[in-house]
Design a protein around this ligand. Structure first.
Ligand SMILES: C[S@@+](CC[C@H](N)C(=O)[O-])C[C@H]1O[C@@H](n2cnc3c(N)ncnc32)[C@H](O)[C@@H]1O
Length: 233
């Protein structure tokens, strides 16, 4: 870690530790994981409470309107658990949450964090290798599709649809700053930059989009998309 990284880290921790739910240790872990593998991690700081609140909109609706029925929720890319905490707050005893996270250290952290909840399971694998044997009522993904690449995105979207119930909402994120920087680099002729993932994700959204919001109180500001993956036949 060089001086620039330390400076950035101190700034972020200072700004956000006081106003958010993630601990300072979680900020450090996430930043450290980002330095180890930026494209897999896809974030430099845990997602903010405001992002969490927007992402769980349909979990909240389900717990209000689907009275006695137990609901199944999937979170893909649990990270250090900032969004998971928001989901867990809305869980009723009859609901179940599966958190799938690829990084073993983050999985350990998540297991410790949610060990008192019998209806929360942490699965340490790529989400593509998670085969639940049931379908989900809401899927929340904070996977960084833009950095994970087109091959991953092309497998992940059909995978999520295959584990979606007939009324499933799929809520996911994209950083507008990353989209803009990639677009600029592409226009400047950087031949390593491709727009294939963002074009693919834009096509997915144009087909299924139900609601969209930009949340500015996050590092960096985040677009949140709620897609209707229900099968309306
Ligand atoms: C943007 S971060 C997660 C943010 C987190 N939900 C939060 O609340 O701060 C994306 C996470 O996805 C995980 N990830 C990346 N590829 C994955 C995959 N194929 N399957 C499951 N998790 C993956 C990364 O390890 C990382 O923790």
């Amino acid at each position: 870690m060089n001086l620039r990284h330390v400076g950035t880290l101190i700034f972020f921790v200072g700004c956000f530790a006081i106003i958010d739910t993630a601990t300072v240790a979680e900020y450090i872990t996430v930043f450290h994981k980002y330095l180890e593998n930026p494209s897999q991690m896809g974030e430099i700081a845990p997602m903010s409470k405001s992002v969490g609140k927007e992402l769980i909109k349909y979990v909240e609706k389900n717990s209000l309107y689907k009275n006695g029925e137990g609901q199944y929720y999937l979170e893909a890319g649990g990270g250090a658990g900032a969004v998971s905490v928001c989901i867990v707050e809305k869980l009723r005893p009859q609901d179940h949450l599966d958190i799938v996270e690829i990084n073993p250290q983050l999985c350990n952290l998540l297991r410790i964090k949610f060990k008192q909840y019998k209806n929360v399971s942490v699965h340490c694998c790529s989400v593509l290798d998670w085969h639940p044997g049931y379908t989900y009522d809401v899927i929340i993904s904070t996977l960084p599709f833009l950095s994970l690449g087109i091959e991953f995105a092309r497998q992940a979207i059909p995978y999520f649809q295959s584990v979606a119930s007939d009324t499933c909402m799929f809520s996911c994120v994209e950083y507008p700053i990353v989209t803009k920087v990639k677009m600029l680099a592409y226009r400047l002729g950087l031949n390593t930059v491709k727009l294939d993932v963002q074009q693919y994700m834009a096509r997915v959204r144009s087909r299924y989009l139900k609601e969209f919001k930009t949340v500015y109180s996050n590092i960096p500001p985040t677009n949140i998309y709620h897609l209707d993956f229900g099968k309306h036949v």
